[in-house]
Design a protein around this ligand. Structure first.
Ligand SMILES: NC(=O)C1=CN([C@@H]2O[C@H](COP(=O)(O)OP(=O)(O)OC[C@H]3O[C@@H](n4cnc5c(N)ncnc54)[C@H](OP(=O)(O)O)[C@@H]3O)[C@@H](O)[C@H]2O)C=CC1
Ligand SMILES: Nc1nc(=O)c2c([nH]1)NC[C@@H]1CN(c3ccc(C(=O)N[C@@H](CCC(=O)O)C(=O)O)cc3)C=[N+]21
Length: 281
């Protein structure tokens, strides 16, 4: 069997086209233009690229965006002032603080300053708590994109055994919660997991979010499993995931490519979360 490709790039484009229509309708009916503010501190190259991508994506669907590019020496108090100002700004419905932040800054303090209703990343403890309770709809973007990709296969999630590799607050843990909400039986693996291959062998759905190329090998995957690769790592100037694609595509029923899989969906979900936040106004 050769796995079918879950084309995140194409799917994200469709989602953005639909959002563009909904944004126009929202403007025509209520005069509201959804607005996203992106705050970048420091000169990390990858972060610059992501912020550019987010700005372009906003413009392409008629969303307002405003970005702040601050030096790595920016004071935490200045960042907090900007967030306070954005929290009060009626034109802004979503605030994104690009991570990682410079070392001298406490990421938690800064992220938690965002008003929960404008927290379109879903990182705030209030939104995390709601996710844990199975309530609310501002979940983190990468996990939301992963669920959309799995649903797009047409295969029912309910009752399936899903194994998530990685337990970060941004990807692994919330992905586990969303899968549980969809009635999957969920196993979350991490660096202390004793026998990853043994866990994966039982999985109907595998989501890998680690950042170690070749972590998921063909022999570990059950015949017909859905394999979602959220990992990204730059190797020899090329973006690679956690999954050995050549081996796993021979065994899985569906597989996401890297690039062109989870990444573009993250951006589409960011835009959708901003739209949702604007709708609530
Ligand atoms: N495409 C996209 O849109 C996005 C992609 N990413 C990518 O996803 C990956 C994960 O990101 P993030 O969650 O922020 O990363 P973190 O570094 O915060 O988390 C990595 C997780 O992987 C676990 N881990 C490490 N080594 C192993 C191992 N050998 N076996 C099993 N688990 C292991 C860690 O375990 P422990 O907790 O025990 O340390 C940790 O839970 C990265 O490659 C990142 O670049 C991230 C965000 C968005
Ligand atoms: N507050 C915050 N929210 C984030 O959502 C956030 C963040 N900080 N910090 C960094 C990570 C990373 N991230 C990605 C988004 C899109 C792609 C993406 O679209 N990637 C393309 C390829 C891009 C390329 O070629 O480099 C793809 O996979 O096809 C990847 C990664 C969001 N993040």
């Amino acid at each position: 069997m050769t796995a079918k490709v879950l084309d995140g790039k194409k799917f994200a484009k469709e989602i953005k086209e639909n959002l563009a229509k909904e944004i126009k309708e929202l403007y025509d009916s209520k005069g509201i233009v959804p607005g996203l503010a992106v705050v970048l501190a420091g000169d990390d190259d990858a972060s610059q690229v992501y912020v550019d991508m987010k700005e372009k994506a906003c413009a392409s669907i008629g969303m307002y965006s405003k970005s702040f590019r601050l030096p790595s020496t920016v004071a935490q108090s200045e960042l907090l002032d900007i967030i306070d100002q954005l929290n009060r700004d009626d034109k802004i419905h979503g605030i994104l603080i690009q991570l990682p932040l410079p070392e001298a800054i406490d990421e938690k303090v800064v992220s938690n300053r965002i008003h929960p209703e404008k927290d379109i990343d879903g990182f705030h403890p209030i939104n995390n708590g709601r996710l844990l309770l199975g309530e609310g709809d501002l979940a983190p973007c990468t996990p939301l994109g992963i669920i959309e990709l799995i649903k797009s296969t047409g295969i029912e999630i309910s009752g399936k055994h899903a194994v998530v590799i990685g337990r970060s607050n941004i990807v692994g843990k919330p992905t586990g919660m969303l899968l549980l909400k969809e009635n999957a039986t969920v196993t979350i693996c991490h660096s202390k997991t004793k026998d990853l291959a043994l866990q994966l062998k039982e999985a109907d759905i595998i989501v890998s979010a680690v950042g170690i190329p070749n972590l998921v090998r063909g022999y570990m995957v059950k015949e017909g499993a859905i394999v979602i690769d959220a990992g990204t790592r730059v190797v020899d100037n090329k973006l690679v995931g956690d999954v050995n694609y050549t081996e796993v595509e021979k065994i899985a029923s569906w597989i996401t490519p890297v690039p062109g899989g989870v990444g573009p969906m993250t951006i589409a979900m960011l835009l959708r979360n901003t739209f949702k936040a604007a709708l609530k106004r």
